[in-house]
Design a protein. Sequence first.
Length: 319
Amino acid sequence: MINIILHIGRHKSGTSALQNFFLNNQKFLSEAGYHYPSDFLRGAGHHLLAEPFSNRNINKLSRSELEFNVKEISIRLDNCLRTDKTNIISSEAFQNVPPKIVRELFPSSKYNVTVFCYFREQASYLASAYNQKIHATFYDQDIVDFEKNVFSADYYVFSRQWVKYFPSFKFGVYERAQLLNNDIVEDFLSKLGQYDLRGCIYPDINNPSLSNELLGLKLQVNRLINKDLAVLVGTKSQLYKLFSEKASEQYKDKFILDKKISYRVAEKYNNSNKLFFENYLPGFKFKEYSCVDSSAIQEVDIELLKEIIPHNIVKFKDY
């Protein structure tokens, strides 16, 4: 049997910090009996293993095409996984893959799989997910539309589906006060019995959330580009990096949900959360989200955008 630790997220729960730790501490992992495969990586996570089997992608395939893809990936897995180590595979993209398909990739006759997943209070998760959506893409709708049409965080339904195919499922709460030493890396490794991390490398992850002001700026850029009132001259990654750098510098005001939407989200998932904790994490609960009275994102003047964004990245048309 090949032993697998399958870390599936969730999204916005310290996944980048964990993946970069795994990638940069191969010697430590190997000496502890673990292996972090170099295949299927994009960045530091195994996203190229998960993404082809997302709901969106497999809906385009016939059953025979899906089976062929599973078989092809299985051959690659055979070549990159170790039989003498416990293999760690990590990608938050797995949260968008049907667990039945993941089980086909890792059949119980061949693989001994333990799934690890951290869960974040939904209002906090919504604020962070929306922030990332605006920052990393050209999504241009407000947070009410995002919550209604994009965001999904019913943890009880999600967990029940996964546990059906992977009974060995380890749950964690992504709140600093509930993490070992307030640290996601130490908390995760403690679940593997690893407590002594002396000599390990902690990479500097430059993935800051946008402030309220920067979020408004990027939202306006997205809307102008989508309306053909601005043109992306540089690359998407250059634009992302520009806003990340500014988020690390002078723009510090945190984007926080207002009472109306945070209370609505809390009410929406209240019953599901009760079932989730009763069945999977008895004795735990989420800390109540600290909202504000109002957090409206204001559109900004085009001249301010021109001052902030170099013309070799985005060119604004006169209108």
